[in-house]
Every structure is written in structure tokens, then in C-alpha cells.
Design a protein around this ligand. Structure first.
Ligand code: PBG
Length: 333
């Protein structure tokens, strides 16, 4: 019998067979939705650079979180825009700060969703840096004081814990912050609160739209002294390994799409759950191209998210979480 030289790829030709042999699955259980909260009431202000995302006040935030919980999304991560920014970012650790109020309000009303908080100073400081800034008298150069910042971050994490947070996520990239936060939580009876550390966080241009959303661009300099060089992968292993030694429970890679190799590397090297942060720029450029009619947002978003899963992400923080939860109900990709 004469066979054709090239046989058809039988496992690809039938939808049901494709389903049967599919290696990766995206599920609503993988997703965390980032949300922004600001003082006021009745607010739902669309963020111009991130269509479909809003700055909520606490009351409207609770309603949004209820919807997300009803869609089956397991968690939200909160970012705060404070009433007042100052040198020491004091609203970050104030008992009646915006995030503390938001945690209490959600926890009061909704029990079937995790509240995660971003622990960082950049949204709360008037200079927009992620920590305590000092100025070198001789050179006039500004520097973030690592160890002073640890004190502020620990206070911030503790105040979130006091308000009822489920997981804290330090995103500042200071050295020793996981250790400092673990210690203060344990000393205060919060041994059960896990730490999801932004372990491999790159100095990325993809954070641009977020800085509009959180009103947190640095007023001078950049974040290159404490965020990682995009050219480095071995450094990511070192950062993750240090965070794990200090007690991180989940390690994150951020951004996601330009760093899929880093996600895979970390997944293969450590046993800890890996989170990927599909950041604002990755989201907004797809939205913009979709609005121009150049690409199909839903298809591109789902392809990107499954790509992150394939790279090894166990958890994906994404501005598409709500849409994806709905899309996944319509059809499994
Ligand atoms: C810092 C923080 C940032 C993001 C999450 N946490 C901004 C930054 O490091 O400059 C960016 C997330 C995004 O772009 O979606 N608190």
C-alpha cells in the first residue's frame, strides 16, 4: 500500500481529540484581579490608560469584589491611592488608611474571595519611590535607604494584617523585606498569613499605565537601583532563592509576557508556587490594538494567559481576570 509521504497530524484535526490531548488548561481558579481604591464614595472612575479598569471608592469596590467572587475568582489584589501623600508614606501604615478601610469593608461583607494587598511605599510617598529616600549632601543624589524602608514596610504589612488581609504581597524589592515582614507578622500572632513576594521584579517600561492608575510615577530618577535588569536571568534565581530562604510562600515574576523564560526557570528550580503578573502595559497595548481593530482582544488575551500557564505559572495576576472568568464560562479554550 502507498502511504502519503507526510501523514496528517491526526491528533490536531478534531476538536474533541484536541481537547483530550491538551497539555495546559486555564481556569478561573488561576486568576487574581488587581483593583484600585481611593477615598470618596460612589466613585467608579475609569482609568484612561487601562480601559475597563477603575479607581473605586470603598463602597463601589465592595460591590465589584462581590461580582468577582460570584464569578468564582479566588482573589483580588488591592492598590491604594491615598488621601494625602507625604515623605514617609504614612497612609500606607495608618490604621484608617484607604487600604485598611477597604480590607475591613470587603471582609465584613464577603467571605468567598481572598483579599491580597500590595505592600509598597510608592503609592504613598510624595516622591513616588518605593521607600525612604535620603539625599547625599555631597553629590546631591537621592537614594532609597533599604533598612529604614524595611521598618515602614513591616508596619504597613502589620496594619493590613490587623485589618484582616489574607495574603500580603511585598512589591518594593528591598533586601530583607520578606524576613522583616515574616517576623513582624509572626510576633503579632499572624503566622497564618502567607507572603506572596514579588521576587523577580524587573525595572520595566510595561508598568507605564499602572503608574497613571495608581498615580505613582517617581518624581525624580527611576527604580533601576532596586528593580532588576531585564537582561538578567541568573539574578532572578538569586532573588527568588533569597526570598524563599526568608520565608516567602509564593514567588512572583513580573512582568509576565517578556519574561516567560524566567517563569519556567523558577518553576523548574524551586518547589514553591509561582505567580506571574501580567502587568498593565501588557494589557493596555492589547486593548489599544483591539480598539483600532487590529487584533481580537479575547483571543489574544486567552492565548497570552495560556502561554503563562505553559511557562509554569500557577497563579496569574491579570487585568483580564474578570473578562477571562466570563470567557471561560462560555468556552474552554
Ligand atoms: C509597586 C507596583 C507596581 C506595579 C505593581 N506594584 C509599579 C511599579 O513597580 O512601578 C505595576 C503593576 C502593573 O504595571 O500592572 N507598588
Amino acid at each position: 500500500m502507498q502511504y502519503p509521504k507526510y501523514r496528517p497530524r491526526r491528533l490536531r484535526t478534531n476538536t474533541l481529540i484536541r481537547k483530550l490531548v491538551r497539555e495546559e488548561h486555564l481556569s478561573v481558579n488561576d486568576l487574581i484581579m488587581p483593583l484600585f481604591v481611593r477615598p470618596g464614595s460612589g466613585l467608579k472612575l475609569e482609568i484612561p490608560s487601562m480601559p475597563g479598569n477603575y479607581q473605586f471608592s470603598v463602597d463601589t469596590l465592595v460591590e465589584e469584589v462581590r461580582e468577582l467572587a460570584n464569578l468564582g475568582i479566588p482573589g483580588v489584589i488591592l492598590f491604594g491611592i491615598p488621601q494625602k501623600k507625604d515623605e514617609l508614606g504614612s497612609e500606607a501604615y495608618a490604621d484608617d488608611g484607604i487600604i485598611q478601610k477597604a480590607i475591613r469593608a470587603i471582609k465584613n461583607k464577603i467571605s468567598n474571595i481572598l483579599v491580597i494587598t500590595d505592600v509598597c511605599m510608592c503609592e504613598y510617598t510624595n516622591h513616588g519611590h518605593c521607600g525612604f529616600v535620603t539625599k547625599d549632601e555631597k553629590t546631591g543624589e537621592h537614594q532609597v535607604d533599604n533598612d529604614e524602608t524595611l521598618k515602614l514596610l513591616s508596619r504597613e504589612a502589620l496594619s493590613h494584617a490587623n485589618a484582616g488581609v489574607d495574603i500580603v504581597a511585598p512589591s518594593d524589592m528591598m533586601d530583607g523585606r520578606v524576613d522583616a515582614i515574616r517576623n513582624i507578622l509572626d510576633e503579632n500572632g499572624f503566622e497564618g498569613i502567607p507572603i506572596m513576594s514579588y521576587a523577580a521584579k524587573y525595572a520595566s517600561a510595561f508598568y507605564g499605565p499602572f503608574r497613571d492608575a495608581a498615580e505613582s510615577p517617581p518624581s525624580f530618577g527611576d527604580r533601576k537601583s532596586y528593580q532588576m535588569d531585564p537582561a538578567n536571568s541568573r539574578e532572578a534565581l538569586r532573588e527568588v532563592s533569597l526570598d524563599i530562604d526568608e520565608g516567602a510562600d509564593i514567588v512572583m515574576v513580573k512582568p509576565a509576557l517578556p519574561y516567560l523564560d524566567i517563569i519556567r526557570l523558577i518553576k523548574d528550580t524551586f518547589e514553591h508556587p509561582v505567580a506571574a503578573y501580567n502587568v498593565s502595559g501588557e494589557f493596555s497595548m492589547v486593548k489599544a490594538a483591539h480598539e483600532k481593530g487590529w487584533i481580537d482582544e479575547k483571543a489574544v488575551a486567552l492565548e497570552s494567559l495560556i502561554g503563562m500557564k505553559r511557562a509554569g505559572a500557577d497563579i496569574i495576576l491579570t487585568y483580564w481576570a474578570k473578562d477571562a472568568a466570563r470567557w471561560l464560562k462560555e468556552c474552554a479554550i
